[in-house]
Design a protein around this ligand. Structure first.
Ligand code: SF4
Ligand code: SF4
Length: 328
């Protein structure tokens, strides 16, 4: 049954959401992007100017070099490739044996000055995770802008030519986001395994494209999605819907337990959603953290408890949701 009021997320948990040892460093390099997608939780776009400064970039390079416990450096934005710090961060992470993920919108390769990116990705064995909210043209262009679907297909073909999706050390994964709801007939993300089969079949048959994994990600009521839902008076009903599908089994797998998320100013968050909603991570003494403080302390594991909010119901509904898709 759908509840009438939202239960504070904390009350839903049997114990506080604790942090494991940090193994994932996610860096949001800024809000600049060549696209301005309707569902963007970062509210990124071509007119945004906020981005990583050289000073913070240098501190992040030091973090990557000093902490062998970091296994994955996950670069996101905006379009992270547009920031000058992108390549130095990639090269530092690879030189220290870490896996690098780039959250790429694919279309950036066709903007002036970025055509070298596919070769660069392949050279440094960067794992590409790319948003493709549907395998059909209309749905993608409606959500992300005219021409995005065609450019995405061309980009995936380019990546395939370089060995992506074919060679074991060149992975390209796609991300499915549901369309934004038009009324209160909400639904959870479809079954990831079945949808991956459908995507693979369609893209292979129509474009000869291959890829590794499909990740289904729930639209969290954050950023542009939140604004959209509020405009449609669907914000609270959507949260109620998500809460009514709360699945305790997802909690131990939440991505916020293993990662820290850094913004372009060097502030630390438990995840990218908290970053966008300005909910900073806290140390044992309840103080906000920065990259400079982590360096000073010589320790990444200063957070006892993940900061949560009502939108956390988006990560814990049904099969769960994370930057790596369904959780259970
Ligand atoms: S969803 Fe990705 S590609 Fe679209 S505007 Fe946001 S950051 Fe850019
Ligand atoms: S939004 Fe999701 S990842 Fe972020 S703190 Fe909440 S449950 Fe964790």
């Amino acid at each position: 049954m759908i509840p009438t009021a939202i239960t504070p997320f904390k009350q839903k948990l049997s114990s506080p959401l604790s942090k494991n040892q940090i193994t994932v460093l996610q860096i949001n390099l800024g809000k600049r992007c060549n696209l301005a997608c309707k569902h963007c939780h970062v509210e990124a776009g071509p007119k945004r100017t906020e981005e990583l400064s050289p000073e913070i970039c240098q501190q992040l390079i030091e973090i990557i070099q000093r902490f062998p416990q970091i296994q994955i450096v996950d670069l996101t934005g905006g379009a992270p490739e547009m920031n000058y710090g992108f390549k130095p961060l990639v090269e530092t992470a690879r030189a220290t044996g870490k896996q690098v993920i780039v959250r790429s919108n694919l279309t950036i390769y066709f903007e002036d000055g970025f055509s070298d990116l596919p070769e660069y990705f392949a050279k440094h064995k960067i794992r590409v995770i790319a948003s493709l909210p549907c395998y059909l043209l209309d749905n993608v262009d409606q959500m992300r802008g005219a021409g995005v679907y065609d450019d995405s297909m061309k980009a995936l073909q380019l990546l395939n030519q370089l060995g992506y999706g074919k060679e074991s050390d060149l992975s390209v994964d796609l991300v499915y986001n549901p369309q934004l709801p038009k009324d209160n007939q909400f639904s959870l993300t479809p079954n990831q395994t079945k949808l991956e089969r459908d995507y693979k079949q369609y893209l292979q048959e129509h474009f000869g494209i291959v890829f590794n994994n499909l990740y289904t990600i729930t639209n969290l009521p954050v950023g542009r999605t939140k604004l959209y839902l509020e405009r449609k008076k669907l914000y609270t009903p959507y949260l109620q819907f998500l809460e009514s599908h709360f699945n305790t089994g997802t909690v131990e797998h939440l991505m916020c337990r293993d990662e820290i998320s850094i913004d372009y100013l060097g502030y630390v968050y438990d995840c990218d959603f908290n970053q966008m909603m300005n909910v900073p991570a806290k140390n044992h003494d309840g103080e906000n953290l920065t990259v400079a403080k982590l360096l000073e302390a010589g320790c990444l594991d200063l957070i006892d408890e993940v900061q949560t909010a009502a939108y956390c119901y988006g990560c814990t509904a049904g099969g769960g949701s994370s930057c790596g898709g369904a959780l259970v």
